[in-house]
Design a protein around this ligand. Structure first.
Ligand code: ADP
Ligand code: MG
Length: 693
């Protein structure tokens, strides 16, 4: 239950003065639905209105606050000419200029003969001073309110700055003094203010310098957020460890048979990952382990071996894949090995309906299926296992923590192995998973040749097509990727279809097209024809992005490569170079290239080390986007910026660990304050993991 002291800041923004339903929609889009969201909405710049020159000295181009007397109104003779209000201060004169102005409003705000304080940007026009649309017009007694440094907030169209500013001021008034949750000695050493002081100070910068990420107020707020994040993750991890686990020990009989059916032996890092997984599974605590490895590093077989252990121990296992194609591919690669081992395999995707689905669910519930491979369809409520003990989740970044929990809720003390193909930099791993146990596949299966990667201007398309023709003659299979422009699926499709038609004219039946709008069956048919049928050129939107394996594919053309992110390019390229033959990747780009696009293409040409690419991606794009956190349900930060505050994350991790080691129930004075911190950053779920939560 949220502590009472936080009720005011968790009220809806509509409860703030001056925010009606219409404004609320805009503010919500900008910051969020609650008062606390406005507290986190920090200014991005400032306007300094403290400059108060006499008109005779007033320079054009600067923002100034003037005290003037209204001399005369000069209404506009037509719609194109502005309304002018001439003012003076005895040393000179200036025209206040208004386009599309309402005369009655101007006469009320600026009556002739009255003294007014106006603030805005001074301009020069035909040798005279003017101020178009002053930001403030107030009576002289309110000079002190105007001649200040004003925070400027990130805005959204349709919302007036003044309205937002008023709402934020009101939100700040509601911010209570909260008990200190930070360690006193640490605060003192860093010279950080209290939470409320930090908040007020971050919202009232008096100079540009105070907007920087490294001023005490901003550091304090960022650290609060990071600490809440790490504390929450650590709480969940500890709670997970406390849960009754079950020791899953295999006797190796199924694994031995599956291994004998493998056409290769495991690489050293596959073996060591497997040893770590075995140890976790054999222990009485629950496994929650991350298996990181580049595309093509061979995670699937590791996942399979782990699942076989569960089956050897007499239980069931599940493999959750993010897409239909991937689920089917897993099902097909695992199929022969499972058969060799005498393990019963089931496939459940969104495509299975009616009787077939009902039959499958029955055998799953009866324990007649040992390993279930599937998509989200596996998480549906009516899917019941007889005894699920182990879950492998592929391409974790596509799934939220929530979905993971939904799956594990179907079993008893389920051990979880999370496989991710996007190597995550250490900082991001900490942020997303906390101190989760991780195994890394660092070596690639033997025989892989690096992919020869080149950037080619799109002007040279016809040369590229000629080159493709030569490679086709040598028996190559070719991916031709057309980009996804998120704004419009139909436009993407049009581009891919157009390319398909061009290539089809040239190469006939050997060209296939696959995209997201195809029905699953159609998609699979094309993919299959490409994997081992008559299709040699596969024109595709990014539906081929994840996991799909066609070892004979040795050429990839990526159109508008400049539009893809680094991680995406790396994933795409990972589809080729999987067989014995040398592979080529052609990155077609449309000049001129921006700086970031240039840096991306350079990186992807120079390295195929997923970890290096991940670090570079983080640098170029920032943390949120790298993880795709919004989509994946992983946490996003409001105040902390990992490119600025990254080093604080490790401190927060240690801090969280120390706190929970000595005060696991957050029952001490600081512990109770930390509970408030968790609620403040909406880590309510984590608090529930406290036994007395
Ligand atoms: P990813 O890590 O991207 O999921 P996969 O599990 O799909 O990679 O493996 C990619 C390819 O490498 C598959 O064709 C798989 O059979 C093969 N492979 C996996 N491990 C080895 C190995 N130890 N030696 C040779 N080939 C391997
Ligand atoms: Mg995979």
């Amino acid at each position: 239950m949220r502590p009472q002291i936080l009720y005011p800041v968790f009220a809806s923004i509509e409860s703030l003065p001056g925010i009606g339903a219409k404004t609320a929609t805009l503010v919500e889009r900008l910051a969020g639905p609650k008062v606390v969201d406005l507290l986190w909405h920090l200014p991005a710049s400032i306007v300094d209105r403290r400059f108060m020159p006499r008109l005779v000295d007033a320079p054009a181009g600067r923002i100034a606050t003037l005290t003037v007397r209204v001399e005369a109104h000069m209404p506009s003779p037509n719609r194109r000419t502005p309304y002018r209000v001439r003012c003076t201060d005895g040393t000179g004169s200036i025209d206040l200029v208004f386009f599309h102005a309402r005369a009655d409003w101007l006469n009320a705000a600026l009556p002739v003969g009255a003294t007014r304080v106006v603030s805005g940007r001074i301009e020069e026009f035909h040798g005279a001073l003017q101020m178009p649309h002053p930001d403030h017009i107030v009576p002289p007694e309110r000079l002190n309110e105007v001649a200040v440094v004003e925070p400027v907030y990130p805005m959204t169209a349709g919302l007036a700055p003044k309205t937002l500013w008023k709402a934020i001021s009101a939100a700040l008034d509601l911010a209570p003094d909260l008990p200190e949750w930070q360690d006193a000695a640490w605060l003192k050493r860093r010279g950080w203010p209290s939470w409320r002081e930090a908040l007020l100070s971050a919202h009232s910068p008096s100079s540009e310098a105070e907007l920087e990420a490294h001023v005490p107020a901003r550091l304090r707020l960022a650290y609060d957020e990071l600490l809440a994040n790490q504390l929450a993750l650590d709480l969940i991890r500890r709670a997970n460890r406390r849960l009754p686990g079950r020791a899953l020990r295999g006797d190796g009989r199924l694994r031995r048979r599956a291994s004998a059916a493998l056409p290769f032996s495991l690489t050293p890092s596959q073996q060591s990952a497997l040893a770590e997984i075995d140890a976790d599974m054999a222990s009485e605590t629950r496994m929650l382990r991350l298996l990181q490895g580049d595309v093509g590093s061979g995670k699937t077989v590791v996942g399979l071996m782990a699942m076989l252990t569960a089956v050897e121990a007499g239980a069931q296992a599940a493999l959750l894949a993010p897409t239909e194609i991937l689920a089917r591919q897993h099902y097909e690669t695992i199929g022969p090995l499972a058969e060799a081992a005498g393990v019963r395999l089931g496939l459940l995707t969104g495509r299975d309906k009616g009787k077939a689905r009902a039959r499958l669910l029955e055998s799953l519930a009866a324990g007649e299926i040992d390993i279930a491979v599937g998509t989200h369809a596996l998480i549906q409520e009516d899917v019941v296992f007889k005894d699920l003990a182990m879950a492998v989740i592929d391409e974790q970044h596509r799934f939220g923590v929530h979905q993971r929990l939904q799956l594990t809720a179907k079993g008893r003390a389920v051990d979880v192995l999370v496989m991710t193909a996007t190597p995550i930099p250490r900082t991001l791993q900490l942020m997303a998973y906390g101190d989760m146990d991780a195994s890394r596949l660092t070596d690639k299966p033997p025989g892989r040749k690096p992919v020869d990667t080149r950037a080619v201007s799109a002007d040279r398309l016809s040369e590229v097509i000629d080159a493709v023709e030569r490679r086709l003659r040598d028996g190559a299979k070719i991916y031709w990727v057309c980009p996804l422009v998120e704004e419009s699926e139909s436009v993407d499709l049009a581009a891919a279809t157009e390319r398909y038609n061009v290539l089809r004219k040239r190469f006939g039946e050997r060209v296939g097209l696959v995209h997201g709008k195809l029905k699953t069956a159609e998609k699979d048919a094309v993919m299959e024809a490409f994997a081992d049928g008559g299709v040699d050129i596969l024109v595709a939107t990014t539906v081929i992005e994840v996991g799909v394996n066609v070892p004979a594919a040795t050429v990839m053309v990526i159109e508008h490569a400049e539009r893809f992110g680094l991680a995406q390019l790396h994933q795409l390229r990972g589809r080729i170079g999987r067989g014995d033959a040398a592979s080529t990747c052609l990155l077609l780009y449309s000049p001129p290239l921006g700086e970031t696009a240039k840096a991306r293409l350079k990186t992807i040409r120079e390295t195929d080390d997923g970890f290096v690419i991940a670090e570079e991606d983080l640098r170029l794009r920032g943390a949120g986007e790298v993880l795709g956190t919004r989509q994946s349900g992983l946490p996003t930060f409001r105040l902390a910026d990992l490119s600025e505050h990254g080093e604080l994350l490790a401190v927060a991790r240690d801090d969280a660990r120390l706190v929970l080691d000595s005060d696991p129930e957050l029952a001490t004075e600081r512990g109770r304050a930390l509970r408030i911190l968790l609620y403040l950053f909406e880590r309510d779920t984590a608090v529930r993991y406290l036994r007395s939560g």
